[in-house]
Design a protein around this ligand. Structure first.
Ligand code: G3I
Length: 353
């Protein structure tokens, strides 16, 4: 946990009142505790959308306030890492679902849905996969997907089946163990295995860097169009939306991308949203962040094909951003679980303002 910064509160108070000229319902002049605010999930329900957040079992266990805020404001959760292959099966055949079960139980106890994340991802797979032959890897993948999807059948509303299979910086599929050993067909195969294990769950392809329009966005589109055309049981696409307020895709491009994906018959969701601000001057960064959150959620509400928004965490106290990009404040609530302008941006967008 990072030491709390004194200037943060002063900055928050200074900027909290800086709504856009004419913007409705500017945030309250002092940071309001999350538990004192009307639930975001109520505004989302009224809008016909889901609103959720990534959580960690250890954080749910450790801090009652963290769990209480998650339960109050979100209608679904996703496991930030506990439902991935790496944490589940550290040794071949020795599966541990305890932490994942904790998250599912928490969700069910609070009337929340669960979005499963992620069955096949090079970014968090067991190390022992490297030593497998091609037939052994195929069997390991089948066993993992069948066992994991089967375990949560009827208890999750969606699965991120394949995560981040498109390459960065060049066209085509990312060079992963799965591609090298199983060929490009591994993507469709993973979807078919998941469908065999659960006939009803929404099966999603999830990626980053293709939220607006451009080469990677086109590659994601081509990949999922190919899956649809070959009859793979894909039902949705997740646009991760890990954005930097210093430069991000235009709302118009995000809308166009959502529209073309929906035209394939796919549901679209904003799957892992956070908005980095550290590269902006301190003064005005929280207002800029509010605007980004507002505008992306507003695009989702304007696009019939967009059915859900999930934030990648919800308090600046815990974000992957700090260790990956450096200290930042990317989420809706500050380190003391008080609402930032970003929260009000999301609320206003969910309420159609
Ligand atoms: O909580 C334990 C801690 O108890 C332990 O001491 C420590 C050292 O082993 O590990 C801690 O768990 C770590 C966890 O993050 C919480 O910090 C895991 O090792 C670490 O693997 C995990 O990293 C996650 C990463 O995916 C890999 O699964 C991040 O939280 C998570 O934010 C990140 O999320 C990904 C999405 O799945 C896909 N899109 C990109 C996104 C960011 O990389």
């Amino acid at each position: 946990m990072r030491p709390r910064r004194r200037h943060g509160l002063a900055l928050l108070v200074l900027l909290a009142g800086c709504g856009e000229a004419g913007s409705p319902a500017a945030p309250s002049p002092t940071p309001t505790p999350a538990l004192d605010l009307e639930p975001l999930r109520a505004a989302a329900r009224a809008s016909g959308r889901r609103v959720g957040a990534a959580v960690q079992a250890g954080l749910l266990r450790a801090g009652p306030d963290y769990a209480a805020v998650a339960a109050r404001h979100f209608d679904h959760v996703t496991a930030e890492f506990e439902m991935k292959w790496g944490p589940i099966e550290r040794q071949p055949g020795q599966r541990s679902y305890e932490a994942a079960d904790e998250i599912v139980a928490f969700a069910e106890a609070h009337g929340m849905g669960v979005k499963g994340h992620a069955l096949v991802w090079h970014g968090d797979s067991p190390a022992w996969l490297e030593g497998l032959s091609i037939p052994e890897l195929r069997i390991a993948l089948e066993d993992h997907i069948r066992t994991t999807v089967g375990r949560y059948r009827g208890r999750v509303f969606a699965w991120d089946v394949v995560n981040e299979a498109i390459a960065d910086g060049r066209p085509g599929l990312r060079d992963t163990l799965f591609l090298r050993r199983l060929g490009p067909g591994y993507v469709a195969e993973a979807f078919r295995l998941a469908r065999e294990a659960d006939p009803d769950v929404l099966l999603v392809y999830n990626d980053y860097g293709g939220e607006g329009l451009g080469r990677k966005s086109d590659d994601v589109y081509d990949l999922v169009r190919g899956l649809v055309e070959e009859g793979a049981p894909i039902g949705g696409v997740g646009l991760q939306m890990h954005l930097d307020a210093a430069g991000y895709p235009s709302a118009a491009d995000i809308a166009s991308n959502m529209r073309r994906l929906a035209a394939l018959g796919l549901l679209v969701n904003v799957s892992e949203m956070d908005v980095r601000v550290a590269r902006l001057p301190a003064e005005g960064r929280l207002e800029a962040q509010r605007r980004v959150y507002h505008d992306v959620v507003a695009v989702c509400l304007a696009e019939p094909g967009c059915h859900a928004v999930t934030f990648w965490g919800f308090t600046d106290r815990h974000s992957w951003i700090d260790s990956f990009f450096g200290p930042d404040d990317p989420l809706l609530f500050d380190e003391s679980l008080r609402a930032k302008p970003a929260f009000f941006g999301v609320r206003d967008a969910l309420e159609g303002r």
